[in-house]
Design a protein around this ligand. Structure first.
Ligand code: ZN
Ligand code: ZN
Ligand code: FE
Length: 339
């Protein structure tokens, strides 16, 4: 029996679900697996190339494919399937098997951003791609069995609900106040310095007032920019700087140089949307409240969409700022300053 690979519409929450039955065959790598890493130089996936810093590969177990099968059932009034048409890619961030952005030179992380931008432009040329979702999952605790540093790109055939919700907030705020919501937040945060952790010429790193996860971190551009493709090379360099700083903060948050799992997402405007109604930002989530205490998204979070933030944000900002100072001292090059 062929596995089901299709989109299914949830009319209650008004969002698409990607059904990808074949992904159950995805291998889970044991920690001490002797299996060769597929992302290391010399692996068949990579080929004989050795002259690379960042490389993009097709996802071996894609949730979406360019030529998907027809949906498993005929659409009815309430059961609406659609083709799982899209492109899933993996971005290998470095040839070296260990480490993270904080040990890569700044120029290397700029190359990573350049790769994302080029890939996004390429994917948006496909008529079936409506949104490019860029993210990184790191750590076995959140289900990532491949330790080789990598990010992912999903060329989606729809705009994700979270992005649509944010877009509505931006649009409403703009109509009411005549200014972009995040431009206004950045202005207030720079004036009050209440939640800023770090600032360089073009970006701020923030522990937002509305953090859901423990030590959640956001990166906001100071200038109104709605998509990665609008960043010039100087701005990309400063964005790379903030990514290095955030990752170094996380890697030094609880114990010196102990890596913690995290998620990084790029929130950009829907491609066709009005530039005024979205402001580019990065969000970082990690599950730890303390060295060995984890926050789980459970009943109230998953069942009701209500987050409980189980820490005192006033203490978190102090810890994040202290960690920023320590974390940046480990970096070979820093373009801004901690608060
Ligand atoms: Zn590797
Ligand atoms: Zn803005
Ligand atoms: Fe967002």
């Amino acid at each position: 029996m062929r596995h089901v690979n299709e989109l299914r519409w949830d009319p209650l929450s008004r969002e698409w679900i990607i059904v990808a039955g074949h992904r159950s065959k995805r291998p889970w790598r044991e920690k001490d697996s002797t299996e060769k890493c597929p992302f290391c130089p010399g692996a068949p996936e990579i080929g004989s190339r050795s002259d690379w810093k960042v490389i993009v590969l097709p996802n071996k177990y894609p949730a979406l494919i360019p030529n998907p099968p027809e949906p498993s059932i005929v659409s009815s009034k309430l059961m609406k399937p659609s083709k799982a048409q899209g492109i899933c890619e993996v971005v290998i961030e470095t040839p070296s098997h260990e480490g993270d952005f904080d040990i890569l030179p700044l120029g290397h992380v700029v190359e990573y951003i350049n790769t994302l931008v080029n890939e996004q432009i390429k994917l948006l040329k496909k008529p079936f791609i409506k949104y490019v979702a860029i993210f990184k999952n790191k750590g076995r605790e959140i289900g990532v069995s491949l330790t080789h540093p990598h990010s992912q790109i999903y060329g989606l055939p729809f705009i994700p609900k979270k992005i649509l919700d944010e877009y509505e907030s931006f649009k409403t705020y703009y109509k009411e106040h005549g200014i972009c919501l995040l431009c206004d937040i950045v202005r207030e945060e720079i004036a009050t310095k209440k939640h800023i952790i770090y600032e360089n010429k073009y970006f701020i790193i923030l522990f937002p007032f509305y953090a859901k996860w423990p030590y959640e971190i956001h990166v906001y551009s100071k200038k109104h920019i709605s998509s990665l493709t609008q960043l010039n090379i100087e701005e990309r360099t400063h964005l790379a700087d903030t990514i290095r700083v955030v990752v170094s903060i996380y890697n030094n948050l609880f114990e010196k140089e102990k890596e913690i799992p995290y998620i990084m997402v790029f929130h950009q405007k829907p491609p066709e949307a009005n530039d005024n109604y979205f402001h580019l930002h990065l969000e970082f989530y990690q599950p730890y409240r303390d060295k060995d205490k984890k926050k789980y998204a459970a009943g109230i979070e998953l069942g009701f969409g209500v987050f409980t933030h189980d820490l005192d944000p006033r203490e978190e900002i102090v810890k994040l700022r202290e960690t920023c100072k320590r974390a940046t001292s480990f970096l070979d090059e820093v373009l801004g300053k901690c608060y």
